[in-house]
Design a protein around this ligand. Structure first.
Ligand code: NAD
Length: 324
């Protein structure tokens, strides 16, 4: 019988911190650019039950010898049950034999790997002198996003806007934890004052519009991960240099789906961030350039952080080993 390592969700925050996730995600984006890692086509389906979206994201990282799949999705009514809306688990398989090797809780890891992706984009693309961090969104992911972002630049304050303003105290609490002043502002002010903007909502209509475009901004659009969702107007993308985790996902389910469909952005003008990490693309080339990162969330990100969780849990002796 083979051994399977189980790492429960509740353990993961003690195993994978922001810095570790940042490195794992940056490395796997680079592996994608080097042709050593690839994502498999995403399955994401509306169940027609509980308004849930359910699916699979998988891939194979030959360089990191990681093969697997994340299964799960988004249950918008979970908060009424005291659960977070995202629920997922990662299964890892031995690339040599195909046998299952690990089962890892995916809820914390999803949040920390998503925050790591936007943090990588800020590290690679934001101006060095940015001071004001703006966030659109105040759900479960927002705290992780802020924690990841502030590690990349010397931000002096955070400003935020949310469709449901009553949720903004969560953002204020996170800003306090990070030792930065926070102010809830109108959208116009957010766009005018923020040097870096993170959008992390489940919106199906653009929130930031053409009138909100401001030269020099870096914007990480992290909420759109399904066909039909949208946080930013197509015209905003047309004014920006567009980067993404994976071009195919960006065009199909990411923020760029609308701008590409409208003919405002050409699919082949979208650069994968791995190409910036590996030096194949220069990234930002002027202080006025608007850089936009379309973070769609790829399976390889999940596998990368799950692999670290398994490795550290084994080292710490906290992994659960079962025969299977
Ligand atoms: P959540 O349910 O905790 O919060 C939802 C957020 O969206 C809140 O800020 C809420 O006010 C806002 N919102 C809800 N309905 C809206 C509407 N009609 N218009 C505008 N805003 C609205 O969710 P979360 O866990 O914080 O996730 C936020 C989004 O990020 C989701 O859409 C989720 O699918 C996406 N996500 C993306 C990735 C990725 O890798 N790209 C990873 C995780 C989550």
């Amino acid at each position: 019988m083979a051994g399977v390592t189980i790492v429960p969700d509740a353990l993961c925050s003690s195993l994978v911190d922001e810095e570790t996730a940042f490195r794992a995600v940056s490395d796997v984006f680079a592996a994608m650019s080097n042709g050593e890692a690839r994502n498999f086509p995403v399955v994401r389906e509306a169940l027609g039950y509980e308004d849930a979206l359910y699916g699979f994201k998988g891939g194979f990282d030959r360089a990191g010898q990681t093969l697997g799949v994340k299964a799960g999705g988004y249950w918008p009514n979970n908060h009424t049950r005291g659960l977070i809306n995202h629920q997922s688990s990662v299964l890892l398989f031995d690339p040599d034999t195909g046998r299952i090797s690990a089962m890892v809780g995916g809820n914390y890891l999803t949040a920390v790997r998503t925050a790591a992706a936007s943090a990588v984009s800020i590290a690679q693309l934001a101006r060095p002198d940015v001071k004001v961090l703006g966030i659109v969104g105040a759900g479960h992911q927002s705290a992780f996003q802020l924690r990841g972002a502030v590690r990349q630049r010397k931000f002096e304050r955070i400003i935020g806007w949310n469709f449901h303003p009553e949720m903004l105290p969560r953002v204020a609490e996170t800003a306090k934890e990070l030792g930065l002043p926070f102010e809830a502002v109108e959208l116009g002010r957010l766009a005018a004052e923020a040097d870096v903007i993170i959008t992390i909502t489940s919106s199906f209509a653009p929130i930031l519009l053409a009138q909100h475009v401001r030269p020099g901004t870096h914007i990480a659009c992290m909420g759109t991960d399904t066909r039909g969702k949208q946080e930013v107007a197509a015209e905003y993308l047309a004014a920006a240099t567009v980067f993404t985790d994976e071009r195919a996902q960006s065009v199909a389910i990411g923020e760029a789906q609308h701008a590409v469909a409208a003919g405002l952005v050409a699919a082949d003008a979208i650069t994968e961030i791995g190409d910036v990490i590996t030096g194949r693309h220069p990234g930002r080339t002027s202080a006025e350039e608007i850089t936009l990162f379309d973070g769609t969330g790829v399976g390889l990100q999940d596998l990368a952080v799950a692999r670290v969780a398994v490795q550290v849990a084994k080292e710490k002796g906290t992994a659960i080993e079962v025969s299977y």
